[in-house]
Design a protein around this ligand. Structure first.
Ligand code: MN
Length: 204
């Protein structure tokens, strides 16, 4: 089956005023769509690969034909990362707070929720050029990391728990060069219930 752009779990204007409607619309319907379209175009030559989901493909890049490896890395990564990203956001009034298990794990790994937030923010700010900041799980331990372009922690065997897109296309219309303002606004729309779900699944 061809890869498909997933619907957003909320309308384009749902994350206002933190993430503006126009950015969400272009980000989802143009940028994410382009990753899906390019991925499908690249896989046309190898229809047998269409039976694999995108996370399998980006985890097994070295098993793929050499001529499509970077295409899958970039566009498969883009498709996977964005599909994940939409789900870890929600309208601010539903954002909530880390609870129970998630809060305990965060405090255990980083000392406190605020120290975690600072460290994640620093990773997102420090990512030079385009990329992502992540909270991931590896061997039962939470870590903060950043990746370049559309590289996914999944490719390195780590499970994403929370992710933030810091490509300029994610914030330039509203925040221009002020990535720090985008990041601090974004904390208002994190879907903590979904993050908790990601952690429980990963710990199983
Ligand atoms: Mn993006």
């Amino acid at each position: 089956m061809e890869h498909k752009l997933p619907d957003l779990p909320y309308p384009y204007n749902a994350l206002e005023p933190y993430i503006d409607t126009r950015t969400m619309e272009i980000h989802h319907s143009k940028h994410h769509q382009a990753y899906v379209t390019n991925l499908n175009a690249g896989l046309k030559k190898y229809p047998k690969l269409l039976k694999f989901d995108v996370d399998y493909l980006i985890t097994n890049i070295l098993k793929l034909p050499t001529d499509i490896r970077s295409l899958v890395r970039n566009n498969g990564g883009g498709h996977s990362n964005h599909s994940f990203f939409w789900d870890v956001m929600t309208p601010a009034k539903k954002s909530g707070k880390p609870q129970a298990k998630l809060l305990k794990e965060i405090e255990g790994s980083f000392g406190s929720f605020n120290l975690f937030k600072d460290k994640f923010t620093a990773a997102a700010l420090g990512r030079f050029g385009s990329g992502w900041a992540w909270l991931t799980l590896e061997n039962g331990n939470l870590t903060i990391e950043d990746t370049q372009n559309q590289d996914s922690p999944i490719s390195k065997g780590r499970v994403p728990i929370l992710g933030l897109d810091v490509w300029e296309h994610a914030y330039y219309l509203k925040y221009q060069n002020k990535r720090a303002d985008y990041i601090s606004a974004w904390w208002n729309v994190v879907n903590w219930a979904e993050v908790e779900k990601n952690l429980s699944k990963a710990l199983k």
